[in-house]
Design a protein around this ligand. Structure first.
Ligand SMILES: [Zn+2]
Ligand SMILES: [Zn+2]
Length: 235
């Protein structure tokens, strides 16, 4: 019902309530411009994984130098902290689909054009998809692909193992849990971007990037809305 009401208010351009401050506003997103502006941003993110760096002398963080991930670059503007944390939780677990355009807008703070040839949402296992009713990464990816006028490849990557939810595991366990969980039939592109709502340890993105590179993709980037900044933070 909320989704429907939202569409009606948007179509009529009526002032609506900001999901964060509850004030009326006439912006085009679920949150007002002031609240969007005040969201805490990631300070000097690592080019490869977006982990915050101590200063501008480095481009890459220690984790990426010691254990380089299979993805080449990460685009994320925001840390996974309140109030964005709450919005992402509503979006992912409570069908708050009216947040899609706001979250895409936040993602576009880091990337407005892209040299990549297509967008790929991180897939859910069909069982998980059925239980949740939608794949949040797919919703974001479809909207972004439309904005950027890029192909949206949501069928070629499949999750073939229904892994235990990553949120319940720590870093090492996540890596093991996700191993060989993806299958990619074919990918006719050299440079792709993976889309997800949240980057935590990077284990999922890393495994999918590895699978893609194994079938010949040269460069895999990652584009998410937020990233956790503390190890093992539960979602
Ligand atoms: Zn507001
Ligand atoms: Zn890094």
């Amino acid at each position: 019902v909320r989704q429907k009401l939202w569409t009606i208010t948007q179509k009529c351009r009526l002032p609506k309530l900001c999901v964060l401050c509850n004030q009326y506003h006439k912006g085009s997103f679920a949150a007002c411009t002031t609240c969007i502006q005040w969201l805490p941003k990631l300070n000097i993110p690592c080019q490869q994984c977006a982990y915050p760096l101590p200063d501008t002398h480095f481009l890459t963080c220690g984790h990426c130098i010691k254990n380089p991930p299979h993805f080449d670059r990460t685009y994320i503007a925001y840390p996974f902290v309140e109030p964005l944390r709450g919005l992402l939780h509503q979006f992912k677990y409570h069908q708050a689909l009216y947040l899609t355009s706001l979250l895409c807008h936040l993602m576009q703070q880091t990337l407005t054009t892209t040299p990549a040839q297509c967008l790929i949402p991180v897939p859910l296992h069909p069982k998980r998809l059925r239980a949740r009713g939608y794949n949040q990464a797919q919703l974001l990816g479809r909207t972004l692909a439309k904005h950027l006028n890029l192909p949206f490849e949501y069928k070629k990557c499949r999750k073939i193992i229904n892994t235990a939810p990553q949120a319940s595991l720590n870093g090492m366990e996540r890596q093991k849990n996700i191993q060989n969980a993806f299958e990619v039939t074919s990918m006719p592109y050299e440079h792709v971007i993976l889309i997800d709502d949240l980057l935590t340890t990077g284990a999922t993105a890393n495994e999918l990037a590895c699978t893609l590179k194994n079938i010949g993709v040269k460069r895999v980037d990652l584009w998410c809305c937020a990233r956790t900044v503390l190890e093992n933070t539960k979602v």
